[in-house]
Ligand binder design. Sequence first.
Ligand SMILES: NC(=O)C1=CN([C@@H]2O[C@H](COP(=O)(O)OP(=O)(O)OC[C@H]3O[C@@H](n4cnc5c(N)ncnc54)[C@H](O)[C@@H]3O)[C@@H](O)[C@H]2O)C=CC1
Ligand SMILES: CC(C)CC(=O)C(=O)O
Ligand SMILES: [Mg+2]
Length: 359
Amino acid sequence: MTQNILLLPGDGIGPEIMAQAVRVLNKLKTDGLDIQWDTALIGGCAVDETGNPFPEETLKKCRAADAVLLAAVGGPQYDSLPREQRPERGLLAIRKEMQVFSNLRPAVVYPELVEASTLKPEVIAGLDIIIVRELVGDIYFGEPRGIEQRVTENGEERVGFNTMIYNETEIRRIAHSAFKTAQKRNKKLCSVDKMNVLEATQLWRDVMIEVSAEYPDVELTHMLVDNAAMQLVRNPKQFDVMVTGNMFGDILSDAASMLTGSIGMLPSASLDANGKGLYEPIHGSAPDIAGKNLANPLAMILSVAMMLRHSLNQTEAADRVDNAVKAVLAKGYRTGDIMTEGGIKVGTVEMGGAVLAEM
Ligand SMILES: NC(=O)C1=CN([C@@H]2O[C@H](COP(=O)(O)OP(=O)(O)OC[C@H]3O[C@@H](n4cnc5c(N)ncnc54)[C@H](O)[C@@H]3O)[C@@H](O)[C@H]2O)C=CC1
Ligand SMILES: CC(C)CC(=O)C(=O)O
Ligand SMILES: [Mg+2]
């Protein structure tokens, strides 16, 4: 049966990198993979057209799709809009709507890119870790939130507030997802929290420990998030699978991306309870390089591979895409963000073409 993919190019470099993903999908389809796709608006482009960062039509198409591939949203031109109209609200809305609570963010150092990292080779060579980030709860969604006039100890002034909140069910389901991920790998799970000061994350730790009883083969450790940020840079190979909340996972995964050479290298899969998924590179819309053929499309293309593997059950096609990326790196093709000595400097389109040639 034909599998339906919804493409959401979004803003900034989004359409540029999505165009390279579409070339990959076209190649797979031409070679016999039974897929088709449709496109819809999300983020700033959706606000421009409809006033809504996650329009009803996109929601409908999203529900009808077997998997959703999203590039990136946002840009400085939208920063002064009311919060409900900001592109990032569209992103939060689609994640919540799809209930894709388990966000897998693998950080893998390709041998050819060891020197592209700012860290010493011995610290990062061979690194292969995965951050499991809870994606539909925490302070990004917690209510109440807002900016309002209040009386404080300083008199009347504006107060900004958000709510960090997790219930036990939310923690338990991400815990199971993380333990299962660890079981398929090296059976080591590090849960990252801030239980020394935040009650929401004390509950996080308590529930992680409770769930660990069901996974006696997995070694569970705990780390406070400030230390975890430092340890990721000091000695990242001590980790295998890390599990953490929405905000800490957002921050730690950007940091982890630089171990691999660039944020342009990290794909992600966000899965619901049934394996339906939303696939996106971890980076944003990179307005500073948008429209210049400078963006690295590999995180986007690797997200296609994750989609083929996790939601479409097309392991062979996923391997084909992953191997093509490995091959272009081995041949020395480099966008500016991953330049190494002797590398062949290419732009977004040429990198997409190199992947296609390898396929
Ligand atoms: N998933 C999403 O759609 C996300 C959206 N955003 C939004 O994106 C906009 C820009 O946010 P920033 O904080 O600048 O983060 P960003 O991730 O867009 O960019 C950070 C830095 O990394 C570079 N970069 C990012 N992706 C790259 C790629 N594929 N190749 C080469 N270099 C790349 C950018 O040029 C920039 O210097 C904001 O509006 C933000 O809200 C931010 C993060 C995630
Ligand atoms: C709107 C943000 C929560 C997006 C982001 O930075 C991310 O998911 O990595
Ligand atoms: Mg982020």
